[in-house]
Design a protein around this ligand. Structure first.
Ligand code: NI
Length: 408
């Protein structure tokens, strides 16, 4: 089987989270050197979060390698999994780990909004597109490989544990990003005991689960998610930065017919993979740099706010007096509300660190008698978390009072 061909020498890449990333199969090494995978070096893993945590500059490339390594360990070190899968299935899972985030555009959510497609869709398009380098590498090893990986990434692979290893409540993706994001932001709450989780992982009836003695490490992992959501992923300043990018695009869209900004033409094109490869965060920043010089007052102002990190301010559940002060200030400075003001409601239930909506997305615990239970039946902490009250808050973002560097 060509797919099982090993590298002449095992490759090892240093990594701050896993110590080393180990690459033994040639197909993985070849995938690593494709245009689509290398492009992930130019996309931040945490979008605009480096404006909140100044060291959070790590890329989706590093995260993808980390997910690959965790999958590599699960399929080789967890004995039940190794037994349940044949060699081809193990390699397919490792490829899926490496490729699972290919479809992220610049500042992921922003790109999804302007192109009207999710990064999951784009990932599958790339893997199945005959002209992509990733597809060509996969095809050269095994014609059926790209279809199998696409099935895992859309959660429809007939071997259920393959889907679960890549995407579930306790999957390689989340385990890597939590540890990596915690490390790169310097947030100690995000860490948990990966070794212990791997050591207690089992397979029971085509279902991934953890031994009862592993419950504490899983609880710790879920608490890590809880803290990382509130401290990092949902930080209002990160949202404020992404809003600036969005407002910049909105202004551009208002004046695209008249403004002379050739580099931004890429934003006008309908989605296709060639444009997708060109539009990374470096390119987006160069459009912003160009726009900073353009004669349109609002577009250049928003561009400078992005470059100089003059973020919007924000208030949670503002009262009438606060709101009217904001609107008066905007009106006095002639700053249009559609570009300098935004409000939204956020519901904490959307960000629960653990949900058990149906059997498919629960974490399962294997008791000493070989019976499996949902995590919430065995863990008091998780039970309490799931009963957490749902809070709704109204968030208002706005251009702050004029600073000495603002022209308008
Ligand atoms: Ni990911």
């Amino acid at each position: 089987m060509k797919l099982a061909k090993k590298c002449s020498e095992k490759k090892v890449l240093r990594d701050p989270i896993h110590g080393y990333i180990h690459i033994q199969y040639e197909v993985i090494w070849d995938l690593l050197h494709t245009r689509e995978v290398q492009r992930l070096r130019r996309i931040h893993q945490l979008g605009g979060n480096f404006h909140v945590y100044h060291t959070a500059e790590h890329s989706r490339f590093a995260h993808s390698l980390g997910v690959y390594e965790i999958v590599n360990r699960i399929v080789h070190e967890v004995e039940d999994v190794q037994r349940a899968l044949n060699e081809k299935e193990r390699i397919v899972a490792m490829c899926a780990g490496l490729l699972h985030d290919l479809g992220h555009g610049p500042f992921s959510h922003f790109y999804e909004l302007i192109m009207h497609r999710s990064h999951e869709q784009v990932t599958i398009e790339i893997i199945t597109d005959p002209s992509s380098q990733v597809h060509q590498v996969l095809d050269s090893y095994d014609k059926d490989l790209s279809g199998q990986i696409a099935a895992i990434l859309s959660h429809t692979h007939p071997v259920n544990i393959l889907n679960q290893i890549i995407s579930s409540q306790l999957d390689a993706d989340r385990m890597d990003y939590l540890l990596r994001d915690a490390y790169e932001t310097g947030t100690s709450y995000g860490t948990f005991d990966l070794e212990r989780i791997l050591r207690t992982m089992r397979v029971c009836d085509d279902q991934m689960c953890v031994k009862e003695s592993g419950i504490h490490s899983v609880e710790d992992y879920i608490m890590a998610r809880y803290h990382m959501y509130w401290q990092v992923y949902l930080h209002p300043d990160a949202k404020a930065f992404e809003l600036l990018i969005w407002m910049f695009y909105r202004r551009y869209a208002q004046i695209r017919e008249v403004v002379d900004l050739p580099s931004a033409k890429l934003l006008d094109e309908p989605f296709d993979l060639d444009n997708f490869y060109m539009l990374d965060e470096y390119r987006l920043y160069s459009i912003v740099q160009d726009a900073a010089q353009c004669p349109d007052l609002y577009l250049s102002d928003l561009a400078l706010r992005i470059l100089d990190r003059r973020l919007f301010g924000w208030i949670e559940d503002p009262d009438e007096k606060e709101l009217s002060e904001i609107h008066t200030e905007l009106a006095e400075r002639k700053l249009p509300a559609d570009l300098y003001y935004h409000e939204e409601y956020s519901h904490s239930s959307m960000y629960l660190p653990y949900k058990e909506e149906d059997e498919k997305n629960a974490v399962y615990v294997l008791d000493p008698h070989g019976k499996i239970y949902r995590l919430s039946e065995k863990s008091e902490i998780v039970k309490a978390l799931m009963k957490m009250e749902t809070k709704t808050r109204r968030m208002v973002y706005f251009a702050k009072k004029r600073s000495r560097f603002e022209r308008i």
